[in-house]
Ligand binder design. Sequence first.
Ligand SMILES: [Zn+2]
Ligand SMILES: [Zn+2]
Length: 274
Amino acid sequence: MAPFRRFASGLGPVFREALDALASLVFPAPCRICEGTLTTASRIPICSACLDSLQPLAGPACHKCGRPFVSAVAVAAPQPLCHLCRRDVYNFDLARSFAAYNDAMVRAIVLLKYHEVTPLGAWFAARLAEMVARDPEALAADVVVPVPLHVSRLRERGYNQAELIAQPLAKRLGLPLRSYLLVRTRPRPEKLKLTRQERWRTVRGAYAMRTDAKIDKLRVLLVDDVLTTGATVDSCAQALRRAGASRVVALTVARVAPGWLPGSQAGVAEPAKD
Ligand SMILES: [Zn+2]
Ligand SMILES: [Zn+2]
C-alpha cells in the first residue's frame, strides 16, 4: 500500500481521487481491529494475526464456572472449584468461555454487538462448536438458547448479538434454536459501567420464561457474548431451572478475568452488558 500512496501523492488531486477509488476496489478494507491490510479473502473483516490473538483459554480453571485461577495453589484437586462454586452460588451447572476478554477481543465483540458483523458470529460459533466436540458429555444439550435483550434494546439495535452466535452454533450442533423461550423483563440501567454488586442486583430476576414456553426436562445450552461476573447467565439459568430445565450449560465467547491476564487488564473497561 505505501509505495502506491507515494506514487499517488505525486499526482494531481483529481487523479489521486480516481486512484484512491480504484485502490479501494483493488485493495480490500483494512482489518477492523488493527487497521492492517487484509491479505486473505475472507468474510470476516479481521486479519489472521488479530484472529490468532483471540487465544482459547487453556490454563487451570474452576471446574464448574470456568473462572481462570490466578495461581496454581487451588488446582491440587482433580476437579477444583473457585470460592464461589464451593459456596454453590450459581444456578447453572457449568459455564465455559472460548477466550479471554483481551484488547483484540474487546474490539471483536464491539464489531459483533454494534456493527452486526454476522460472519464473525459464525466464526465464534465454530469455536464454541469445537469446544462442544472436545467435551461432548459435559456440554451436551437438547436446545440452544441465546441470552435475550430487553425488547426496548432489541428495537433500538435491531438484532441480538448473542443470537448471531447462537443461531450458527445451533445449526452446527444440529440442535433447535429457542430464541423466544426467555425474555428480559427489566431493561439494563442506562449507566454504562456497573460495579460487581450493581451488576448482580440489576439482573437478579430480570429474566423470565414466556408463559407458553416448554422446557421441561430439557438440557439447555445458554449462549452469550461475554461472561463478566456470571450474573446474567446465572439469572437466565434460574428462570430456566424453575421452568423445569434439567441442566443449564452456559457458553460464552469471551470471559472477563481481571487480574488474571498479563498486561493491563485492570485498565480494560468493564463491558456494558445489555
Ligand atoms: Zn488485524
Ligand atoms: Zn467457579
